[in-house]
Ligand binder design. Structure first.
Ligand code: FE
Ligand code: FE
Ligand code: ZN
Length: 198
C-alpha cells in the first residue's frame, strides 16, 4: 500500500527533475526576450531556481532520503511548447507577451505542485520540509506576479500596438504613443486595480 510519504517523495522527485529542466530553459527564454526587464526577470528567477534545487535536496535529507529525479512529463511539454511559441513569435511585436505566457504556465505548474507538497509536509509533520517548501512557493508566486506586472506595463501593449512603442515609454502607461488608436485599448485603470495578479 502506498503511503502519503511515498506520494510526497514521488512528487518531490518530479519537481527535482522539473527544476533542472527549468534551469536549462530560463537562459534561453532570457535570450529570446527583447524587453530588457523581461530578460532580467528570467535571469533573476534562474538564480532562485538554482536555490530551489538545493532546497529540494535539503527536503529529501529531512526525510532521510537522497535526492533523486523522476522525469516530469508536464515540464517537458510546457517547455517544448515554450520553444515553439518563441520560434513562432520571433521578430514579432507579440514575442515578449508570448514568452511571458509560456513562463507563467511553468510558474503555475510549480505553484500547484509546491502547494500540494507543502500541505503534505504539514500532514506528515515535517516542519523543516514545510518551511523550505513555503520559501520555494513564495518565490514561484513572486516570479509569476512579476511576469503579470511586466505583461501589463510593457509586453501586452507592445503586442497590441504592433511594436512601435518607444522603450522609454515602458513605465508610464498613461503616456500615449504617437500611433495610439483611441477606443481599442482594453486596459482601463479600474480593471487594472481590481484584477488579481495570479
Ligand atoms: Fe522553481
Ligand atoms: Fe510533474
Ligand atoms: Zn519557477
Amino acid at each position: 500500500m502506498k503511503t502519503l510519504r511515498d506520494l510526497f517523495l514521488e512528487e518531490l522527485k518530479d519537481m527535482y527533475d522539473a527544476e533542472h529542466r527549468i534551469i536549462k530553459a530560463l537562459p534561453k527564454l532570457a535570450e529570446a526576450a527583447t524587453c530588457e526587464k523581461l530578460k532580467a526577470a528570467f535571469l533573476g528567477h534562474l538564480q532562485e531556481t538554482k536555490g530551489h534545487v538545493t532546497k529540494i535536496e535539503k527536503i529529501f535529507k529531512s526525510f532521510g532520503e537522497t535526492a533523486e529525479a523522476k522525469k516530469c512529463q508536464a515540464t517537458v511539454g510546457l517547455l517544448k511548447e515554450g520553444d515553439e511559441i518563441a520560434a513562432e513569435n520571433k521578430g514579432e511585436p507579440t514575442l515578449n507577451a508570448a514568452l511571458i505566457s509560456a513562463g507563467q504556465k511553468v510558474e503555475h505548474y510549480e505553484i500547484a505542485s509546491y502547494g500540494c507538497l507543502h500541505e503534505w509536509a504539514g500532514q506528515l509533520g515535517n516542519k523543516e520540509a514545510g518551511e523550505l517548501l513555503e520559501l520555494i512557493l513564495d518565490e514561484e508566486k513572486a516570479a509569476n506576479t512579476k511576469l503579470t506586472e511586466l505583461a501589463r506595463t510593457n509586453s501586452n501593449e507592445e503586442a497590441l500596438l504592433g511594436g512601435d512603442k518607444d522603450e522609454s515609454d515602458n513605465e508610464a502607461s498613461d503616456k500615449q504613443p504617437a500611433d495610439f488608436i483611441p477606443g481599442v485599448r482594453p486596459l482601463q485603470s479600474s480593471w487594472k486595480e481590481k484584477a488579481p495578479l495570479i
